[in-house]
Design a protein around this ligand. Structure first.
Ligand SMILES: Nc1ncnc2c1ncn2[C@@H]1O[C@H](COP(=O)(O)OP(=O)(O)O)[C@@H](O)[C@H]1O
Ligand SMILES: [Mg+2]
Length: 298
C-alpha cells in the first residue's frame, strides 16, 4: 500500500448546494412499483430469495425494499447482488455487480464502477427516533412528518445528498450512484470483492500525512456547511492509497442546533486516534484550526 494519501483536487467548489437545496422526499417510483406488484416483480422476489447470500438476510427485506432493489436493477444500476459487507445498527451493506448505468453510460456521472456497494436502511430500525434528531433542525427537511417510513426514506436521501455535496467540495467519498427509497447505491471501495480496510484496521506507516488529509477533508466539509457527526477511524476507509470518508447519513449542516457539539466530538475522535498512532494532536486545536480555515457562511 502506498502511504502517500494524495489529496483529492476539488473540481467544482461552486454549486455544491446550499442550505436551502431541495431534497425530494415524495413518493418514489419504487412505491408505485410496489403498489403495482406485477408478475415480473414476484418473479424477481423469488429469484432474490433463492440467492444463497440473501437467504439469511430475508427478514431485512420487506416488499417495498425488494421493490426498490428491483427498480435499481431495472434502471440498470445493479446487475446482480453479492454477499453482505456489513450489518450495522440501521443499515446493511452488500456487494453487488454494477449494471450498465453504473458503468459510466448512465446518468450517474462519468465514473465507471463494475462493483458497487448497496446500503439498505431498515425501515424498522429501532432507533429511528435518533435519526429524527439529526433531521429536525436541518432546513433541507423542515417539512418532514414523523412516521418511521418517511424518516428513514429522508435519511437515505440525506446520505446521498451529503455524499454529492462532499464530493463536489473535493472530499474523497464513495461516488454516489443512485438512491431509491431506503436503498443507496455507491462506488464499492475495495478490490475484487474484498472491501478496503477502515483506518482502524489499516496499518499506517505515515500517520502524519494521513492526519493532514483527514484534517483537510474535515475543513472542506465544514467549508461547504457540513459536519460529519460520526467521524472516527471506523468511518474512514483506506483504498488505493487514498483515505475515503464514508457513512454520511447523519451529517448535518452547520445550522443544525447540535452541529457545534458534533464537530467537537468528531475532532476529539480523530485526535484520539492519531494520538494512539504516536502523534501529539489535540481535539480542541483541530477544531480551532478547522473553524479558522473554513467559511461555511460564505
Ligand atoms: N462504499 C463502500 N465500499 C466498501 N465498503 C463499504 C462501503 N460503504 C460501507 N462499507 C463498509 O460497511 C461498513 C458499514 O458502512 P457504514 O456506511 O459505515 O454504515 P453504518 O451506519 O452501519 O456504520 C463500513 O465500515 C465499511 O466497512
Ligand atoms: Mg459506519
Amino acid at each position: 500500500m502506498t502511504e502517500e494519501y494524495d489529496l483529492l483536487e476539488p473540481d467544482n467548489v461552486e454549486g455544491v448546494g446550499d442550505e436551502w437545496e431541495e431534497i425530494d422526499v415524495s413518493d418514489t417510483a419504487a412505491d408505485q412499483v410496489q403498489r403495482q406488484r406485477d408478475r415480473e416483480f414476484n418473479e424477481f422476489r423469488e429469484r432474490l430469495k433463492n440467492t444463497e447470500q440473501f437467504k439469511v438476510e430475508q427478514s431485512v427485506f420487506d416488499d417495498a425494499t425488494l421493490a426498490a432493489l428491483y427498480k435499481l436493477v431495472q434502471d440498470g444500476y445493479v446487475e446482480a447482488f453479492g454477499g453482505p459487507i456489513s450489518s450495522g445498527k440501521e443499515a446493511n451493506v452488500y456487494l453487488a455487480l454494477g449494471g450498465e448505468a453504473s458503468r459510466g453510460d448512465g446518468s450517474s456521472g462519468d465514473q465507471s464502477h463494475d462493483e458497487v456497494a448497496v446500503k439498505v436502511y431498515r425501515i424498522n430500525a429501532s432507533d429511528f427516533r435518533d435519526m429524527r434528531e439529526y433531521l429536525v433542525g436541518d432546513p433541507r427537511f423542515e417539512e418532514l412528518s414523523g412516521d418511521k417510513k418517511r424518516v428513514v426514506l429522508a435519511w437515505t436521501r440525506k446520505e446521498f445528498a451529503n455524499l454529492k455535496r462532499a464530493q463536489k467540495a473535493g472530499v474523497r467519498v464513495p461516488d454516489p450512484i443512485a438512491v431509491e427509497r431506503n436503498v443507496l447505491v455507491m462506488e464499492f471501495l475495495g478490490t475484487d470483492g474484498d472491501r478496503a480496510p477502515t483506518l482502524d484496521d489499516a496499518h499506517l506507516e505515515n500517520p502524519e500525512t494521513a492526519f493532514e488529509v483527514v484534517r483537510e477533508y474535515m475543513r472542506r466539509l465544514y467549508d461547504v456547511g457540513l459536519v460529519h457527526g460520526d467521524l472516527s477511524e471506523y468511518n474512514i476507509v483506506v483504498h488505493d492509497g487514498e483515505l475515503c470518508i464514508i457513512d454520511l447519513g447523519q451529517a448535518v449542516t452547520v445550522h443544525h442546533p447540535n452541529s457545534g457539539e458534533f464537530l467537537t466530538r468528531d475532532c476529539a475522535n480523530v485526535a484520539a486516534f492519531f494520538n494512539r498512532q504516536g502523534m501529539d494532536v489535540r481535539g480542541d486545536e483541530l477544531e480551532e484550526w478547522i473553524r479558522e480555515h473554513a467559511d461555511p457562511d460564505k
